[in-house]
Design a protein around this ligand. Structure first.
Ligand code: PLP
Length: 463
């Protein structure tokens, strides 16, 4: 299995190298050269299997000879062992033909644990084999950072630095990043917003001298291995609801487009996904793009669903690559225009392709709060504000003959202020992390400045 860059000008890599590299050297994102398909019988045979066995069967065709079957199975087992639910990704019914896929039973209470826990295991195997060490630098709007720290804390051959926008993550998110006390973990509070953090990270990857000097590796949602890990729960959910015999729709609270793109990969593998619906908060660049054909950045408007507060949606580049017939040159041109002019127009043909693949909806802050309150009243279920954005969009599009699954991307206790505002109830943390607020914090404030960041990372990483 070979991986190519969405900008067509970086080396072709195997799965292991694409995973360790993250961002391609031409600035693009790695995608598989061809998407392997599962037959109808193979999909039907997933019914009733454990999450782990399904994960092995869905992901194995993508990994080539990067891992032995035994190594890959052991990594999957270890990745999900710490989850607080035996189904890993349980489905809960909200209404006739509307289901909630609970993706928040991992160690940091958000769906990002599904991918991050797995790549923590896979990185360890690959690095040990090669006798290599790396420096992971991540930018986070909150959940990626805590998931990465939880996955890599204490590993011998990895140092991990997480940049988060100071004052723009929830207390639970911040504490999940600042309380681990391992020497290889560094939480960095950036004087800027999430897009600044993401931009500085991209700058580091494009600064090859620094990149090679520290063995820079990325685990942000652009890492192909993360997208792949997220493909699995589309299969478990759809098969539970009757796939391959019955199509299923998914509504996905979306920011950087990694989670929903995994749904697109599942569909290309042969899963009957009828609709993939992008649900955005007031930071609605994707919804505007699908509606108007222009991908146009504005400022970030802080919201009550901060993990979706983005102005540029990095994995959307993978969708553009497909929509432009996998023309890396065309994608590179669009990304250059985005950098220089802050936006671009999508061609007529590509827009039609995007609209055939994705629907979209935008949800206001008030509607998000009202959805949390209404869902609590009608079902007893407490939603986090991100999941509520998804539920609100799904309710507009629900169709009695086709099951719709909304992805619940975080636990309500991760965003207790918004939940309390909507319902008067303050959701408690699960028992296994009840002492989060009594652990000491460790954090370094950093300026929004590339040279200063690089100097700090060089100094603090272990050799
Ligand atoms: C990261 C995140 C999202 C957005 O996911 P993308 O893959 O970036 O689109 C939504 N909700 C929560 C809780 C998240 O942590």
């Amino acid at each position: 299995m070979r991986y190519v860059s969405t900008r067509g000008a970086a080396p072709v890599l195997d799965f292991g190298e694409a995973m360790l590299t993250g961002l391609a050297r031409d600035g693009g994102l790695y995608v598989p050269e061809t998407v392997p398909a599962l037959g109808r019988d193979e999909i039907a045979a997933l019914s009733g299997l454990s999450y782990e066995e399904t994960a092995f069967r869905v992901m194995r065709p993508f990994t080539g000879d990067a891992f032995t079957d035994a190594e890959f199975r052991a990594a999957i087992e270890a990745a999900y062992r710490g989850f607080g639910h035996p189904a890993r990704a349980p489905l809960v019914q909200l209404a006739p033909s509307h289901f909630l896929l609970e993706l928040f039973h991992g160690p940091t209470l958000a769906f990002k644990d599904f991918a991050m826990q797995l790549i923590g295991q896979l990185f360890q195997i690959a690095l040990k084999r090669q006798g290599r060490r790396i420096t992971i630098v991540g930018a986070t709007s909150g959940d990626t950072g805590s998931a990465a720290i939880e996955a890599f804390r204490g590993l011998d051959n990895v140092d991990v630095f997480i940049l988060f926008p100071e004052g723009r993550v929830s207390d639970v998110q911040r504490r999940q990043m600042t309380t681990p006390d391992e020497a290889n973990v560094h939480a960095l509070a950036l004087d800027g917003d999430f897009d600044d953090a993401q931009a500085r990270l991209k700058d580091m990857f494009n600064h090859f001298e620094f990149r090679d000097a520290v063995g820079l590796a990325g685990v942000n949602s652009i890492n192909w291995a993360r997208v792949l890990a997220q493909v699995v729960y589309y299969f478990t959910a759809a098969v539970s609801l009757g796939a391959p015999h019955r199509p299923v729709g998914f509504t996905v609270p979306t920011g950087n487009f990694g989670d929903i793109f995994a749904g697109h990969v599942a569909r290309r593998m042969g899963l009957p996904v009828d609709r993939l619906v992008i649900a955005t908060n007031q930071n609605d660049i994707l919804h505007r793009c699908l509606t108007t054909g222009r991908y146009e950045t504005g400022g970030v408007k802080p919201s009550i669903s901060p993990s979706m507060d983005i102005q540029v949606s990095s994995n959307f580049e993978r969708a553009l690559f497909d929509a432009y017939g996998r023309d890396g040159g065309a994608v590179a041109q669009l990304m250059e225009e985005l950098k220089v002019a802050g936006g671009f127009g999508v061609s007529q043909g590509a827009l039609e392709a995007l609209k055939a693949a994705y629907a979209s909806g935008r949800v206001s802050e008030d509607e998000t709060l009202a959805t949390i309150a209404r869902t609590r009243r009608t079902t007893g279920e407490l939603l986090c504000p991100h999941s509520a954005v998804g539920v609100a969009v799904a309710e507009r599009r629900r169709h009695p003959s086709m099951p719709m699954v909304t992805l619940a991307t975080a636990h309500p206790a991760k965003f207790p202020d918004a939940v309390e505002r909507a319902t008067g109830l303050r959701p408690p943390l699960p028992d296994r992390m009840a002492d989060l607020f009594s652990r000491p914090e460790r954090v370094t404030s950093v300026p929004n400045d590339l040279a200063a960041l690089e100097a700090l990372i060089k100094e603090r990483r272990r050799r």
